[in-house]
Design a protein around this ligand. Structure first.
Ligand code: FAD
Length: 461
């Protein structure tokens, strides 16, 4: 053990190899703090080459390693297993190149998402993925989790922003393809092995990200619709009329709307009706033309009876107020404890039935529970939140998991839309993947990391 630590110290220096009480507590858990474990040591390499050397040493000593980014993950993927060395990418921060002609930015993996967004914006460009955790989460973590967010309907997930990647394998081998080209079919596209594999196949050290032109106009409206089928018709019509500018289509069921407007101070609904609420946003390049198209769409939908009510944001402040209602989800743990949240996917056409069936299943099995349903419906992504007050006994999280994931299986849904599997959803991966897919995942893991040193106990059972 001390030989291992001595070797690691020679690479990163004593300041960046911490043990025992010197390890900051945040490195023992992640955002939800459901799992916690103190690593054997915390190592903080300062360059990609140091990451490679650290991994080569750990490999020689059969030492398991947990990669850690900004620690904002929601499925305990970055929480070390007993005896692991935690490898933090935080010192690997910085923008290496912004190439305006290629429309790319090359960054080190520990760079916070917001720093990259700001650098792109300063050059008049857009890094299209955005998340509530932007100030803390890191590009390496975003790649490793294939993060989503609010604009997936327009720009895709993190996978769609990555053109090139450099990663370090479990034995310290550096696999680098810092490709800047949109088209590159030269053999297997290996970067996809590392995107969304949650640090189980390699440690991301650098990424080349695709940038988009910065939108010059934004129109936002809050609408109420009578039922889910109308929501889908409205979504499809909006996509066909808005010529690729639709950038958000967030749907909130009445249970969500009621909770945030009655239980959270300072949040007021822009509409009086209590049907299905939709926050719709378009981003374009000509304010007058885009607003005219947007208003026409809403007028038509009102005329056809699709919309019961609608409010268009007249200022940036109003737009922010609409988004505050949608983002009030981050307040739930404060007003609703104990609480469990789900991030699932269901084919868009079936989401309405799924929610109705889930609401009655939850009420039947847990008569005193409260629930909310909302999500990025344009991306088939539904979030579900369930609360049961302590007065009704121990919080039955495992039974609620069974209820949600059991029903999901019947709908051919996915147990993880954007947060990943980590430790939380490992037991349910088989609900969304066939035995053949699972077997191939194990084969890949074994081929790339035969000693099972990288983020063991995560994703695969
Ligand atoms: P961490 O939490 O540190 O790690 C996450 C996983 O990636 C772990 O398995 C870890 O081992 C691995 N990992 C980290 N860095 C690397 C690396 N360099 N190489 C290899 N593996 C690595 N997620 C969404 O998808 N959409 C959202 O809208 C969204 N909103 C959020 C809002 C809030 C308020 C919070 C707290 C979280 C939200 N998340 C969201 C979840 C989280 O922010 C994302 O999963 C994010 O991508 C994690 O990045 P991180 O740097 O914090 O990674």
């Amino acid at each position: 053990m001390s030989a291992l630590l001595d070797e690691l110290t020679r690479i990163v220096g004593a300041t960046h190899l911490l043990t025992g009480i010197d390890i900051p507590p945040q490195h023992c858990t992640d955002w939800f703090q459901t799992h916690s474990c103190e690593p054997r040591a915390l190592v903080r390499p300062g360059t990609p080459d140091e990451v490679a050397q650290v991994m080569a040493i750990c490999h020689r000593h059969d030492q398991p390693v947990t990669p850690q980014g900004g620690l904002t993950g929601l499925v305990a993927g970055a929480v070390p297993a007993q005896g692991d060395v935690a490898l933090s990418l935080t010192r690997l921060s910085g923008i290496e190149e912004l190439d305006t002609s290629a429309g790319t930015i090359t960054v080190l993996a520990g760079t916070p998402l917001q720093t990259v967004q700001e650098a792109a914006r300063a050059a008049g460009l857009l890094l299209a993925v955005d998340l509530g955790a932007r100030g803390s989460c890191q590009i390496g973590g975003n790649v490793a989790t294939n993060a989503g967010g609010n604009r997936v309907i327009r720009y895709g997930m993190f996978r769609d922003q990555v053109l090139g990647l450099e990663a370090v394998l479990a034995d310290g081998t550096v696999v680098g393809s810092l490709n800047k080209m949109l088209k590159n079919n030269a053999g297997y596209d290996l970067k996809h092995l590392f995107i969304g594999s949650e640090g189980t196949l390699g440690i991301v050290t650098r990424a080349v990200l695709r940038l988009h032109p910065m939108p010059l106009s934004c129109c936002t409206a809050w609408c109420t619709l009578p039922d889910y089928d109308t929501v889908v018709s409205f979504l499809r019509y909006a996509q066909s009329r808005l010529a690729g500018t639709l950038s958000a289509f967030e749907v909130m069921w009445p249970d969500f709307h009621e909770l945030v407007t009655t239980r959270l101070p300072d949040l007021r609904s822009p509409v009086a009706s209590n049907g299905l609420q939709v926050l719709i946003e378009v981003e374009g390049s000509d304010s007058d033309r885009d607003m005219a198209m947007f208003c026409k769409l809403l007028e038509e939908a009102l005329e056809w009876g699709w919309l019961q009510d609608a409010a268009i944001a007249q200022s940036i402040k109003e737009r922010q107020a609409f988004w505050s209602l949608r983002d009030a989800v981050s307040e739930f743990p404060l007003i609703w404890s104990p609480y469990c949240g789900y991030d699932v996917s269901v084919p868009i056409g079936a989401i309405g039935h799924f929610v109705t069936e889930l609401q009655s299943a939850l009420r039947e099995r847990f008569p005193h529970c409260e629930h909310v349903h909302f999500g990025h419906i344009g991306d088939s992504n539904l979030h579900v939140g369930v609360h049961l007050d302590r007065q009704w006994g121990l919080f039955p999280e495992a039974e609620i998991d069974d209820c949600v994931y059991g029903l999901l299986r019947n709908y051919g849904g996915s147990v993880s839309a954007e947060h990943g599997i980590g430790q939380h959803k490992k037991a349910y991966l088989g609900h969304s993947r066939t035995p053949q897919e699972l077997a191939l995942m194990h084969t890949l893991k074994h081929a790339i990391d035969p000693k099972n040193l990288l983020n063991r106990g995560k994703v695969l059972a």
